[in-house]
Design a protein around this ligand. Structure first.
Ligand SMILES: CC(C)(COP(=O)(O)OP(=O)(O)OC[C@H]1O[C@@H](n2cnc3c(N)ncnc32)[C@H](O)[C@@H]1OP(=O)(O)O)[C@@H](O)C(=O)NCCC(=O)NCCS
Length: 123
């Protein structure tokens, strides 16, 4: 696995909460998908689609006001696909204090051409 690279940083807002008042898991999944796509492009892909979210683990809740950062590392580069590990970390209380790991995921992207067909990754 390669070293972690920062992909996205975002401050969590009240509009992103679920019925319990914490951040809705689907919001985090959306950021994971975007961050992973950044990682895939950095790994040599030109245009990507998500083919699989192989694993997602929610370790800790995310709260309104958390400063959330998503880091990516490359797990595997195939012929047309790339597997990206995404680590989601949160700083509580609007960015104060220590960053803790809240969620992690493994996502597979496929490098595609204009017609949407898989094409080899340039490398
Ligand atoms: C991704 C897509 C282009 C792959 O097409 P395909 O005809 O299945 O392609 P292939 O069988 O040639 O596989 C291409 C690569 O994807 C990998 N792959 C295919 N299905 C996979 C799966 N379920 N999990 C992990 N990898 C997968 C293959 O192993 C291959 O990798 P490699 O070239 O590095 O060995 C096609 O399935 C697709 O368009 N899916 C929809 C993607 C999308 O819209 N995502 C957003 C959803 S909102």
């Amino acid at each position: 696995m390669t070293e972690q690279s920062p992909a996205i940083r975002v401050l969590m807002m009240p509009r992103e909460t679920n019925a319990h008042g914490t951040i809705f898991g689907g919001i985090i999944l959306s950021y994971i998908d975007q961050a992973g796509a950044v990682g895939a492009i950095e790994a040599g892909c030109k245009r990507v689609v998500t083919v699989a979210m192989n694993k997602v683990e929610f370790h800790q809740p995310v709260f309104v006001g958390d400063l959330v950062s998503l880091y990516t590392s490359v797990e595997k580069v195939g012929r047309t696909s790339v597997v990206i590990h995404v680590d989601v970390r949160a700083r509580r209380q609007r960015g104060a204090g220590e960053e803790i790991s809240v969620t992690e995921a493994t996502v597979t992207y496929v490098n595609i051409d204009d017609a949407g067909s898989p094409v080899p990754i340039a490398g």
